[in-house]
Design a protein around this ligand. Sequence first.
Ligand code: ADP
Length: 384
Amino acid sequence: MEFFSTSKTLGILGGGQLGKMLLYTTRKWDIKTSVLDPSENAPAKLASDSFEVGDLTDFQAVYDFGKKVDVLTIEIEKVNVEALEKLEQEGVKVYPQPHVLKIIQNKCLQKKFYKSNNIPTASFEEFETLDQVKEAIIKGELSFPFVWKSAEMGYDGYGVSIVHSNKEIESLNTGPCLIEELVTFEKELSVIVCRRPQGETVHYPVVESEFHPRANQVEYVLCPARISEQAAKKAVEVALKTAEAFGQIGLLAVELFLTPEGDILVNEVAPRPHNSGHFSIEASYTCQFEQHIRAVLDLPMGKTANKTAAVMVNLVGKEGHTGPVLYKNIDQVLAIEGVIPHIYGKKETRPFRKMGHVTIIHPKIETARKIAAQVKETLSVISK
Ligand code: ADP
């Protein structure tokens, strides 16, 4: 309660679109915020009370920023964890906690965490160098196809490759990596869980993601997922177990594979607002951003049920277009009932850059999906 209309400050590391959307809630509740981002033109800049430019991976920048706030959260995982550990020791409330971020920043640590906590995940092996991967292939210990993942640095499918041949290995980064079994899955699902410091836990309905065939990026998110009740129940159980194992405070988006046999495997998690939860702004009683603010400020969790079915379409920069952005035909999609565009405020577009999203709400998920395809067809993110 002490955050409402007082001088206490919530700090946010990262001022991208997720930060901007977190600020919709702090504006609504008149909660004072301070944002740190490397870019002078970060999307969150306008809505924060105070905005600082700084390197999120730099110890001093994060530490100095954190000393000035009462609660510190993130909208991006790639931040300096050592600074967060020191801040936590010195009494700043840091959510998600540094120990969670440390595990998540490294895909090998993350996979080992699942294994040691009996959380179902695709089988994997850890390698220090790419040469060791090649040796394992020569020795017959590893066979194609498999999934290669860079241990650090990956996001939005960069740093992940499905490898079918020796030739494809040559284009990979040579550092530490994870080699995973290529899972044949029926659907990619996601469950967003949110935990409060004393452990009160809520979860959103299961969503399914449809991927862009070439960019390996999520194109559509559907809520609720079109899966059996049994599969949904299992997905929620696994997601809750995962959030509890981490002891996560705040949102935890758990990305899952549903196999043809009906098994649920955890792919990875994100301890922050997530693209697969954007539908919640319009479709849920409590959107994911408000839920995260509630959790990190230790306020009661909000109702997570849907008011309606929804489909979210990511608006990414069109191929062949780089430069000042133009949202072509946005007026046409605004004329369709139940279509709500979100524009992140990035001034420059480039191929596949996330520039916004559109939520389509409709009582019937199949109808929402059809309208979503129409939106995708009509609206394009191009350069002027
Ligand atoms: P990122 O951290 O870049 O989002 P992910 O680990 O989520 O990387 O992988 C990106 C995508 O690659 C997944 O959403 C999925 O489509 C595919 N993928 C990842 N791991 C596997 C796997 N073991 N088997 C099959 N497909 C996978």
